[in-house]
Design a protein. Structure first.
Length: 113
């Protein structure tokens, strides 16, 4: 009975590759296609988990570092511009106070008040 059935492995001395080929060629085509699809999916999942995901996470991390550095530079520029504006306003305020004080001194000297 086993001699007529090609799916039975009768030669125990065959290696795993030969046994695998016998099994493969003894199957229906849809079984082979299904096994191939499963193998491709498993390989794709393994490849994604070991290579694609870490690379993507590194790119995201590098992007956040770059954005953070850009924001730091922007904040420093804004802070510097704000400080310069404050200094200009302070100088303008001091000049205005000096003018008002001079006008009061001139008015006092003339006795106008």
């Amino acid at each position: 009975m086993t001699e007529n059935n090609p799916n039975v492995f009768t030669n125990q001395n065959d290696g795993p590759v030969t046994m695998g080929f016998r099994w493969l060629f003894g199957q229906e085509a849809n079984t082979v296609v299904l096994a191939t699809m499963l193998a491709v999916l498993v390989y794709g999942g393994w490849r994604a988990a070991t290579e694609a995901v870490p690379k993507t996470l590194k790119q995201i991390h590098d992007g956040y570092k770059e954005i953070s550095a850009d924001h730091t530079v922007a904040v420093e520029k804004i802070t510097q511009n704000h400080q310069e504006e404050i200094e200009k306003l302070q100088q303008t305020f001091e000049r205005t106070l000096d003018r008002i004080e001079r006008k009061h001194e001139i008015a006092k000297a003339k006795g106008i008040q």
